[in-house]
Design a binder for this molecule. Structure first.
Ligand code: FAD
Length: 409
């Protein structure tokens, strides 16, 4: 294989580039990224990036120019450095969007009008936030990119205490709510389901996590959807969130965190099977062996994940199989994610299915510090911890060993 093009210059794209070079690939490598920035780390965007104090500028990880207010916040986003970028020996086409793919010819159309032809393709275009229907007035935000986070941070740190409404009580919504509360804002989380995070954690554990909002003075309104946003004034700023039951919540800032869609729109008409993401086999390989996918955009053996560790692990598997020319290795890693809310680190490994029974094996929910095993038919299926990182890692390793024999094919 003489040339490989990675589409998506973020976590999975960077890890794919690293894996290509680490696995001995020495051909041409091109990385196409819609954002202007070199790869940076997204998890801090909803956490420390929003709450970091404004200080003098220092080093920033991207090619854009941060303001003095955001420079120190941006230092925590570093995912790579100039030395590594040079070592990867790749052509970076940043601020460039892929608009179409002919997978048989491996021809990639770009929004610059150029078409790249290549021997191998890694699809790593991630996901984009779902939006509420209707216009998005000033002061209303979604959060996926550094530019989104810069705009939100400016709204949250520009004046005094504000009324913030977070729409969606999932992990991103909860983290943003916690960050806003830490900044001294009056925060309300609106969740359409009777309780947030039940699909991920099950009812009992989701209820324990939801208590964190109340602990920190954040109001959680559940079982109510949102009809739309109200705005007024010359700058058309958001003034309120209208709930499905007609209630109006006054708001100065609104953050919508109602999930994401895999970024596959540009692949419509390519002939690649698309479902909830780019459909791949268990080795991250599409129906064309020279086209593989990894990260939030990839639906691998029927499942798509939206977690940091998944994106990094799949990239290595995808690249291995791309270079092999067939599915030589499959991805069976134990799912893992973390979330930081209100000073509590939530960690989860494994797969929760309805009917799995959680059992607290250490610590106490009252202290917001415990370790729980999920069990089914006497077997551990998943592990959850709140502020118990060490014992969690032990159980996570135990559980991973149980799935390990299937890891290579
Ligand atoms: C605010 C926030 C907080 C998070 N916190 C956590 C956490 O605490 N724990 C955890 O496990 N996970 C967390 N995640 C999830 C984690 O960051 C993602 O799983 C990870 O970023 C996925 O990486 P990816 O490379 O697949 O996709 P992305 O990071 O979405 O990158 C895809 C890239 O492709 C680009 N792109 C899209 N379409 C095109 C195109 N047509 N042409 C060229 N480029 C394109 C995009 O602009 C983007 O830069 C968080 C995510 C966010 C947004």
């Amino acid at each position: 294989m003489k040339s490989v093009t990675v589409i998506g210059a973020s976590l999975a794209g960077l890890y794919a580039a690293r894996a290509l070079r680490a696995q001995g690939y020495d051909g041409h490598l091109t990385i196409v990224g819609a954002e202007q920035h070199l790869p940076y780390d997204r998890p801090p965007l909803s956490k420390g990036f929003l709450t970091a104090p404004a200080t003098a500028p220092d080093t920033a990880p991207d090619t854009g120019t941060p303001s003095a207010e955001t420079a120190s916040a941006e230092a925590q986003l570093a995912l790579t450095d100039a030395e590594e970028i040079a070592g990867l020996d790749a052509a970076w086409l940043l601020g460039t969007r892929a608009t179409g793919l002919d997978p048989h010819r491996r021809a990639i159309r770009l929004d610059t009008g150029r078409t790249l032809t290549t021997d191998g393709v890694v699809l790593a275009t991630g996901a984009a936030p779902r939006r509420l229907p209707g216009p998005a007035p000033a002061g209303s935000h979604t959060l996926r990119t550094l530019d989104d986070a810069r705009a939100l941070r400016a709204d949250l740190t520009g004046g005094g205490p504000a009324r913030v409404v977070v729409i969606g009580g999932g992990f991103i919504g909860a983290e943003v709510a916690a960050s806003c509360a830490a900044l001294g804002h009056q925060v309300t989380v609106v969740e359409a389901a009777p309780l947030p995070l039940v699909p991920q954690l099950g009812y009992t554990m989701a209820e324990l996590c939801a208590r964190l909002h109340g602990d920190h003075g954040v109001a959680l309104l559940t079982g109510t959807g949102v009809r739309g946003l109200h705005s007024a004034g010359g700058d058309d700023r958001v003034t309120a969130v209208e709930l499905a039951d007609g209630r109006l919540l006054p708001a100065d800032v609104v953050v919508t965190g109602i999930g994401v869609r895999p970024a596959t729109g540009w692949l419509e008409g390519s002939g690649l099977p698309l479902g909830d993401g780019v459909r791949c086999d268990a080795g991250c390989v599409t129906t064309i062996p020279a086209v593989v996918a990894a990260g939030d955009v990839a639906q691998v053996a029927g499942a798509r994940a939206e977690h940091w560790t998944n994106a990094t692990e799949q990239a290595a598997t995808a690249v291995h199989n791309l270079l092999a020319g067939h599915t030589a290795r499959t991805h069976h890693a134990l799912p893992y994610f973390w979330s930081d809310q209100y000073g509590v680190r939530i960690q989860f490994a494994g797969r929760y299915r309805p009917g799995d029974v959680p059992r607290i094996v250490e610590g106490s929910p009252d202290d917001r510090s415990f370790l729980a095993r999920y069990e089914r038919d006497g077997r551990t299926t998943a592990v959850l911890a709140l502020n118990r990182p060490r014992p969690f890692m032990r159980l996570r390793r135990e559980l991973a060993r149980a799935v390990q024999p299937a890891a290579t094919a």
